[in-house]
Ligand binder design. Structure first.
Ligand code: ASP
Ligand code: MG
Length: 421
């Protein structure tokens, strides 16, 4: 008998019919002789709708009440799903995050899991029941308050439970057939990946691939949880995200995928004196705002002026805060001016085989050149190359790059549902 954790996303639970369909699938897994723990997201776009509602009653909702509101979404799904399973004659019990023993720190809206003690979940399984757990939420021991783990947090809930219960696999059910070489909504010729290492998946998630959230991948990597990302609309095998043990040889594809991120902006600090300590000063300041910066480029200063420009990317949502902090420090830092650009797109090419293959960047840049797309920034890691282009050229960029690396499939990928919101 195996223990399987299954997570169903909002698009797989969009309405009553979908909930009944998912219930059937869960019952089949149970009847095949497995213990089953199910983690649910809120139905459809519920979380976004609750956020819109909050904004209408108060422009700035406080973390505590917002978390209280948002966690309601997952409670609706868990209770309905438990009812649907029971009506199929199988025992099911639903639990909120706190009932399932997920304690977190006190950071509302982006809490981190500090301990997982799924005592009641284990007891439900021992009693022969299917346990249903509300994703994306926990509670803080200190304050006694309900917290949320940040957008897409249900993936993390599922992985954390899989680790704590020592599950055989954590299945992430979604509206596409697995992880693709590019977003199939943008690149119809995207190809499903059968197997990918968690290292590559981390790079893809960090670069904006939305199918799995980065914190869930990190957690799975740290705790050795195998993920299986698959569609809830069919029985096809999806994508396995594996953690090769040290020394284990895995066949590495040169390129595993292309990810795109349109949520970032670029700040350029113009006219920074080219003397030791200026970058330290600027980025210490930026770090103090808690912004997550990504690419950094400094141009060579000209001998005539002795001034350099430093550009970096960061989430648009952090833009105003960082600009203000920099502006306030203008006299100490001694730069000339600031430029803010939120019309950028970031494309990242990821593949573990890049480590041992020359010419990957040349091929990438050539493909973009042939499509007439200008590159504004470049950064690389061992297994990733990222470039920044204009936002309105990014979809074209990902299509030509996908094609240039021979990733295009013969058949077009199928998106089963969801709005991709
Ligand atoms: N419902 C939450 C969200 O939409 C959590 C999740 O779906 O994982 O972000
Ligand atoms: Mg959701």
């Amino acid at each position: 008998m195996g223990l399987i954790v299954q997570k169903y996303g909002g698009s797989s639970l969009a309405d009553a019919e979908s909930i009944k369909r998912v219930a059937k699938r869960i019952v089949e897994t149970r009847k095949a002789g497995n213990e089953v723990v199910v983690v649910v997201s809120a139905m459809g776009d519920t979380t976004d709708e609750l956020l819109d509602l909050a904004e209408q009653v108060a422009p700035i909702a406080t973390g505590r009440e917002l978390d209280m509101l948002l966690t309601a979404g997952e409670r609706i799904s868990m209770a309905l799903l438990a009812m649907a399973i029971k009506s199929l004659g199988q025992e099911a019990r639903s639990y909120t995050g706190s009932q399932a023993g997920l304690s977190t720190d006190a950071r509302h809206g982006s809490a981190r899991i500090v301990e997982v003690a799924p005592i009641r979940v284990r007891a439900a399984l021992d009693a022969g029941a299917i346990a249903i757990v509300a994703g994306f939420q926990g509670f803080n021991r200190g304050t006694g308050d309900i917290t949320t783990l940040g957008r897409g947090g249900s993936d993390t809930t599922a992985v954390a439970l899989a680790a704590a219960l020592d599950a055989d696999v954590c299945e992430i059910y979604t509206d596409v057939d697995g992880i693709f070489t590019a977003d199939p909504r943008v690149v119809p010729a995207a190809r499903k990946i059968d197997r990918i290492t968690s290292e590559e998946m981390l790079e893809l998630a960090a670069a904006g691939a939305k199918v799995l959230y980065i914190r869930a991948v990190e957690y799975a990597r740290r705790h050795g949880v195998t993920l299986h990302v698959r569609s809830s609309f069919n029985n096809n095998e999806g994508t396995l995200v594996v953690n090769p043990k040290e020394g284990e040889i895995v066949e590495e594809s040169i390129i595993s995928g292309v990810a795109v991120d349109l949520s970032e902006a670029k700040i350029t600090v113009v006219g920074v004196p080219d003397v030791p300590g200026k970058a330290a000063q600027i980025f210490t300041l930026v770090a103090s705002t808690d912004a997550n910066i990504d690419m950094i480029v400094q141009n060579v200063s000209t001998a005539a002026t002795g001034l350099a420009d430093i550009s970096f990317t960061l989430p648009k949502s952090d833009g105003a805060r960082v600009l203000k902090a920099l502006e306030d420090s203008k006299d100490q830092t001694g730069f000339h001016s600031l430029q803010y650009d939120d019309q950028i797109g970031k494309l990242a090419l990821v593949g573990a085989g890049m480590r041992t293959n020359a010419g990957v960047s040349a091929r990438l840049f050539t493909a973009l050149f042939e499509a007439g797309i200008n590159i504004e920034m470049i950064s690389t890691s061992e297994i990733r190359i990222s470039v920044v282009t204009r936002a309105d050229t990014i979809n074209e960029a990902v299509r030509v790059v996908h094609s240039a690396f021979g990733l295009d499939a013969e058949d077009l990928a199928k998106v089963h549902g969801g709005t991709g919101r």
